[in-house]
Design a protein around this ligand. Structure first.
Ligand code: NAD
Length: 488
């Protein structure tokens, strides 16, 4: 049994309570996690608030903040193997993916390290001869960052990196499912040399921990990644203090394949888009919209690939699809497949949980040709389940693609350049990948609209979103101020 601790004000401690963490590969308890309740949350926010104005942090130059972030990036690189093992153990995400992803997480911190001293204010050409007016960009304050279980190190890096680059302080609430990598990350962060309280890492459950954090009066901004239903709670909580929010929520992303596409490439991208990370990815390309001219051939090839996927323990480098994170996810996937079949949708492959130890659900394809109202076309699975519709015309493809309340990612496969541009313009989503899928970079903004949320993570804008603008007016005249009853 392993024991983990929370990180508040630069010290490690047990939470108010403890809870079990379960290994998704076998369903057995493997670790005890600290459970933060109201007292812990309050202590974490107070520590972040004190650190925000303490000279050890507030008095640092932006370049010095950048150097600390760079040191953190190096430490993450040095410890990437251990972090990957923990993420795999606690969430069931395959080691092949966690190893590659965590090595890349260091690049996000490097990017924001470099950006720290490039967050510039501005000088305004003001319309008054005796005034100098300029804008200062100042850190927004204490940030509450909340992440779901999948890819916690990555999803927290896109919040912690820009927030610290801007000079904010952070309380990070790890998911109660699989928090081990974040609690270990706190130990690595502690070695980087940041002043105490700049980052605090806690974990716990929605009502006792997440709700207390997001409604705390000293929190200035809530950066949330998770499901739309939880996001509604978060917005209601933060409304009490009028804190700003950025919301990265789920998706039901269209993956559109035209008849002229490179089929082998599109099939591989579709496999990556829906079966990688066992489909537990917000950008999963979960709606295949394929030209009727190639639909049968495409589905035949995709089925072959889906059935050849290596399903197994997540800590084995050969495994391609591991377990889902929780038994509830498996039950939800089975229920949604069944409800879709009841509306006339046809399961091409998969569809039922695997009869083995652990929370395994196989790659699943559902043809919805005769079931346009199937729930699998509208609801997010967060599992390896693909819903399929055919189309005859480009207009129809676009109409199906936009027939969703979400708007996060999308993919278009075609060799026709002008058609690709028309699709790029027409698709309502925050990301359009053309002839590729599931590519990310710290340099490119990431986010959606509609039920997929608002705000962008990654890129320069994300750092600016952790700042507030202060307008400064300086009068340069030595003459007495004229008529005090007239606004100048
Ligand atoms: P979730 O919404 O259940 O939980 C997310 C976080 O919110 C957890 O830390 C949880 O403890 C916390 N929380 C729960 N109730 C709360 C409350 N009342 N107040 C405050 N916090 C509360 O999400 P999940 O089920 O763990 O993750 C899956 C969801 O995350 C999917 O919908 C997925 O699409 C989404 N997601 C989005 C992105 C993105 O970047 N757009 C990335 C990954 C996952």
């Amino acid at each position: 049994m392993q024991y983990f601790q929370q990180y508040i004000g630069g010290s490690f401690s047990d939470g108010s309570a403890q809870f079990d963490s379960i290994d998704p590969a076998n369903g057995k308890v493997w670790a005890k996690m600290p459970e933060a309740r109201a007292d812990d949350v309050n202590a974490a926010v107070e520590a972040a608030d004190a650190a925000f104005s303490a000279p050890e942090w507030a008095g640092l130059t932006a370049s010095a903040r950048g150097k600390l972030l760079l040191k953190l990036a190096e430490l993450i690189s040095d410890n990437a193997g251990r972090l990957a093992e923990l993420e795999t153990r606690d969430t069931g995400k395959i080691i092949r993916e966690t190893s590659a992803q965590i090595a890349y997480v260091a690049e996000y911190y490097r990017y924001y390290a470099g950006l720290a001293d490039k967050i510039e204010g501005a000088h305004l050409p003001i319309d008054k001869p005796d005034m100098e007016v300029w804008l200062r960009r100042e850190p927004i304050g204490v940030v509450a960052a909340l992440v779901p279980w999948n890819s916690q190190l990555f999803l927290s890096a896109v919040k912690i990196g820009p927030a610290l680059a801007a000079g904010c302080t952070v309380v990070l609430k790890a998911s109660e499912e699989g928090p081990a990598p974040m609690l270990e990350f706190a130990r690595i962060f502690d070695q980087a040399g940041f002043p105490p309280g700049v980052l605090n890492v806690i974990t716990g459950f929605g009502p006792d921990c997440g709700a207390v954090l997001t409604s705390h009066p000293k929190v200035a901004h809530v950066a949330f990644t998770g499901g739309p239903e939880t996001a509604r709670h978060v917005v209601r909580n933060s409304a009490e203090n009028l804190a700003s929010t950025s919301l990265e929520l789920g998706g039901k992303s269209p993956f559109i394949v035209f008849e002229d596409a490179d089929i082998e490439s599109a099939v591989n991208a579709q496999v990556s888009g829906i079966f990688a990370a066992s489909g537990q990815s917000c950008v999963a390309g979960s709606r295949l919209i394929v030209s009727n001219q190639i639909k049968d051939a495409f589905l035949t090839r995709l089925k072959e690939k889906a059935e050849a996927v290596v399903i197994g323990p997540p800590d084995n480098m050969a495994t391609e699809v591991g377990p889902l994170c929780t038994p509830a996810q498996v039950a939800y996937a089975e229920k949604l497949v069944k409800a879709s079949e009841d509306t006339g949708a046809k399961v091409v492959t998969g569809g039922r949980a695997l009869d083995r130890e652990g929370f395994y659900f196989p790659p699943t394809i559902i043809d919805c040709a005769n079931a346009p109202d199937a729930p699998c076309l509208a609801q997010e699975f967060f599992g390896p389940v693909l819903s399929v519709l055919g189309f005859d015309t480009e207009v129809e493809a676009l109409q199906i693609a936009n027939d969703t309340a979400f708007g996060l990612a999308s993919g278009v496969f075609t060799k026709d350049l002008t058609r690709a541009h028309r699709m790029i313009r027409g698709i309502r989503a925050g990301i359009v990948w053309v002839n590729t899928y599931r590519a990310v970079s710290p340099i490119a903004p990431f986010g959606g609209h509609g039920l997929s949320g608002h705000g962008r993570e990654g890129g320069l804008q994300a750092a600016l979103d952790y700042t507030k603008v202060k307008a400064v007016w300086l009068r340069t005249s030595d003459e007495p101020i004229p008529d005090p009853f007239v606004m100048r």
